[in-house]
Write a protein that binds this ligand. Structure first.
Ligand code: SAM
Length: 306
């Protein structure tokens, strides 16, 4: 039986042919078959690097049936190189399905790194790169899109999104509506002649692109929510909704001693232990019988020290 072939996931440039890796060219030249998302578009790349490997189409509309044919070819010993429209195959394109089926069949998958629009937008955005999430394109279906936007509301990591030019203004307006005004970097036509990296905000970008028709390819990089702001909001909510005494009581009932309860209450309310202690004393002096506390009356608002 022939030895099983390999699936190479080969990254191609996202605009500038000089970004093609030397290894990528070799793998494409040596493979038995290239599975390309856009065979006509890829001819330019193959001609430029004088690659003569046979090519077959592998795209969104034949991704499952064609993946099976490609898997059979690899099981029969052929090495297949997958390339997509541009950039890293498997990122927001049909490459993902082929990888899954190949792995299921026991075929070795080898990544051949190179350009990726999302990563290059992120690193040139000026926004936090330590933690980020990639949402690709927002779903076309309204309900699903709404759910994703709702999830993004509380996202503290930098958010990276792809968008087509004709949907850009609508998407920016939706993002502004849901997330509020946030820092935004719009990366357009990366690595190409008209490359543009615009540091702005969601609000400013909506106005700008309403007046200037968006053209070319876009990646949106959006600042995540400030964790401290989320914490402050939670603390405000607690302070407004639960009295200090009732809050203490909750922890005492869970078995914490008075000192531990005070510490937990202080943390939840964004206060120091000393402030909690003082306020409890003040309240006890003002209401020794604890009638207000018993009635669940909030002692939060307007008390000095809080
Ligand atoms: N696999 C590709 C990658 O690695 O980036 C992404 C494929 S996805 C179908 C195409 C989208 O990527 C475009 O609509 C655009 O949002 C983004 N994109 C691709 N090339 C780009 C470029 N040169 N500049 C900005 N965005 C680009």
């Amino acid at each position: 039986m022939a030895e099983c072939g390999i699936l190479y996931m080969v990254a191609t440039p996202i605009g500038n042919l000089e970004d093609m890796s030397v290894r990528g060219v070799r793998i494409l030249s040596e493979a038995d078959l290239i599975a390309a998302e856009d065979t006509r578009g890829s001819i330019r790349l193959l001609n430029h690097f004088e690659i003569h490997t046979p090519m077959t189409s592998y795209h969104e509309y034949n991704k499952t049936s064609k993946a099976k044919t490609l898997v059979d070819a690899m099981l029969a010993g052929k090495n297949v190189a997958c390339i997509t429209d541009a950039g890293t195959p498997g990122i927001s394109d049909p490459g993902e399905v082929l990888v899954r089926l190949a792995l299921d069949a026991g075929i070795r998958v080898v990544p051949v790194p190179g350009a990726c629009a999302a990563v290059n937008a992120l690193i040139s955005s000026g926004l936090a790169t330590r933690r980020f999430c990639f949402e690709a394109f927002l779903p076309a279906e309204k309900k699903e899109r709404g759910q994703v936007l709702e999830e993004l509301k509380e996202e503290t990591r930098t958010i990276v999104l792809y968008e087509a030019p004709h949907r850009l203004v609508r998407t920016l307006a939706l993002l502004l509506d849901t997330l509020g005004d946030r820092p935004l970097t719009v990366c357009r036509e990366l690595t190409k002649k008209h490359e543009e990296i615009r540091r702005t905000t969601l609000g400013q970008a909506v106005s700008f692109y309403q007046e200037n028709e968006p053209r070319g390819e876009f990646v949106l990089v959006i600042g995540g929510r400030d964790r401290r702001e989320i914490l402050r909001e939670k603390q405000d909510e607690i302070r407004e909704g639960v009295s200090l005494e009732a809050h203490m009581q909750q922890y005492l009932e869970r078995g914490l001693d008075r000192k531990e309860a005070m510490k937990a209450v202080a943390k939840d309310r964004g206060m120091t232990k000393r402030e909690v202690y003082r306020l409890l004393l003040d309240h006890e002096e003002a209401d020794p019988a604890g009638e207000k506390a018993a009635a669940g009356h909030s002692t939060a608002g307007g008390t000095a020290g809080e």
